[in-house]
Design a protein around this ligand. Structure first.
Ligand SMILES: [Zn+2]
Length: 476
């Protein structure tokens, strides 16, 4: 029997507003435990919530960018459950009139492009954090995160593989970052997903029983969890067993999931409209105002890069995965006039530095002016590409200014033919074997000699001139 995997994603994204959704406490990540709190976000009796208008603005932006229909009269509901990270014993969320419905995103995978429907987007508040202390055998609670604004973006179960799920998540993350509504730092929990997985025989019109893996904050883990969970469910079916509807926790170290609890239905939460908050009337004028200030989205930037600069589709894809990358690229092109070189530096050294430092592009120190200067000096022949790479690293590490750095360290390329000829002559005398190898037709011997001359000149020889003069000397 052939099976297909059915996946739906509930993505939680923390909005990057300065203050929380219903009070004026700050939303900054971290801080000493319980220092970003007040009576409202810790649910003290008598405290009343006041809605942060910026949250609604960000939600409207997100709805527009994901093709959702915006609900004209949206309102908040209470979702009741008891858990120590939720001091009010209810979460203010949206069930009956979520702000957005019926949207979609188009994703592209190896098998082509596909439309993924978005069921709804709703606004809600985040809960606090429990910290388990095995040393003291107790659990501590930090309410700093309580009341940080969240959007929950719920897809339809349209995804059919881990590859599609990851393409959808990457697309969504890049849109949210370009919109400026969230930094989407997964390691800080700003973007996390509940992953619903079921399997069914190919061609079956009914869905199988689904399980949910909550709060996953790494794309790699999500991909592996989907594959493993689908396999677990298929094995159960093949063994004639039944799949229980339940919440499971993915253990990245064990590469497997285990059952946590049977899944609640909406009824268990006893939702009802929050009596402390009035309904919000989202007028067409409000939507127009947000639309007029909407940041340019990755797809439009990609199209612009392809038409304005002579770069490849692949380069345009990578450059538009993140606004920090796209902005640095655009500013560097504006300053240097060299799009092809700027793209090559961004895809090469810059992306490599992000990977090596395990950081987000916006965390790297690389002013567009410095990168543009490097590109210009290379094209003028003042420094060669290898030296430029070393300066690039020095900019990242010690925030140096490239022109100063070239001067201070004497990095200007030697393009004086006489100085080069002297060194070449010395190297040829010192390596007679390589010279005779070259003359016997072993052309790779030349590469070795180029390396020796470059080394003797401390990497500062003009490579083109060096090649030309060495060839002449060998043929002489
Ligand atoms: Zn507060």
């Amino acid at each position: 029997m052939q099976y297909e995997t059915v996946i739906g994603l509930e993505v939680h994204v923390e909005l990057s507003t300065a203050s929380k959704i219903f009070c004026s406490c700050e939303t900054t990540f971290g801080g000493d435990p319980n220092t970003h709190c007040c009576p409202v976000c810790t649910g003290l009796p008598g405290a009343l919530p006041v809605l942060n208008e910026q949250v609604v603005d960000y939600a409207i932006r997100t709805c527009l960018a994901t093709n959702c229909t915006i609900t004209p009269l949206t309102r908040f509901d209470r979702k009741n459950y008891f858990y120590p990270d939720l001091p009010k014993a209810y979460q203010i969320s949206q069930l009956h009139q979520p702000i957005g419905r019926n949207g979609f995103l188009d994703i592209t995978t190896e098998s082509g492009s596909k439309r993924i429907e978005i069921h709804e987007i709703h606004m809600e508040e985040d809960a606090g954090k429990l910290i388990h202390d095995p040393w003291e055998d107790c659990t501590l609670v930090d309410y700093n995160r309580c009341g940080v604004p969240l959007l929950e973006i719920v897809s339809e179960p349209d995804l059919r593989s881990a590859e599609e799920a990851l393409a959808y998540l990457e697309k969504l993350r890049s849109i949210l970052q370009f919109l400026g509504v969230s930094d989407c730092r997964m390691e800080q929990g700003s973007l996390r997903a509940d992953v619903n997985v079921s399997v069914r025989p190919v061609g079956s019109p009914v869905f199988g029983t689904r399980t949910e893996m909550k709060n996953m904050n790494s794309f790699k883990a999500i991909g592996r969890a989907i594959v493993a969970e689908a396999k677990r469910q298929i094995d159960l079916i093949e063994d004639g067993k039944t799949i229980r509807q339940e919440t499971r926790r993915w253990d990245e170290n064990k590469d497997s999931s285990f059952a946590m609890r049977s899944k609640e239905d909406a009824m268990d939460y006893r939702y009802f409209p929050d009596p402390d908050l009035v309904a919000i009337n989202i007028t067409p004028e409000w939507i127009e105002r947000v639309k007029a200030n909407l940041h340019e989205l990755p797809e439009s930037r990609r199209a612009r890069y392809l038409s304005d600069y002579q770069i490849s589709a692949y380069e345009a894809d990578v450059l538009t995965t993140n606004p920090a990358i796209a902005n640095l690229f655009e500013q560097t092109v504006a300053l240097s006039g060299k799009a092809k070189d700027a793209a090559s530096w961004m895809l090469g050294e810059f992306m490599l530095a992000c990977k090596d430092n395990e950081c987000e592009p916006q965390d790297l120190y690389m002013p567009a002016q410095s990168l543009a200067t490097l590109i210009t000096r290379v094209s003028e022949g003042v420094i060669n590409r290898n030296t430029a790479k070393k300066i690039f690293a020095a900019i990242l590490d010690s925030q140096v200014e490239p022109n100063d750095y070239i001067k201070k360290n004497g990095l200007r390329m030697v393009s004086n033919p006489d100085a080069l000829k002297d060194t070449i002559a010395k190297i040829l005398t010192a390596n007679p074997q390589s010279v005779s190898d070259f003359k016997a037709g072993k052309t790779q011997a030349k590469g070795f000699l180029v390396g020796q001359v470059m080394k003797a000149m401390q990497g500062k020889a003009d490579p083109q001139l060096l090649n030309q003069l060495l060839q002449e000397a060998l043929e002489a």
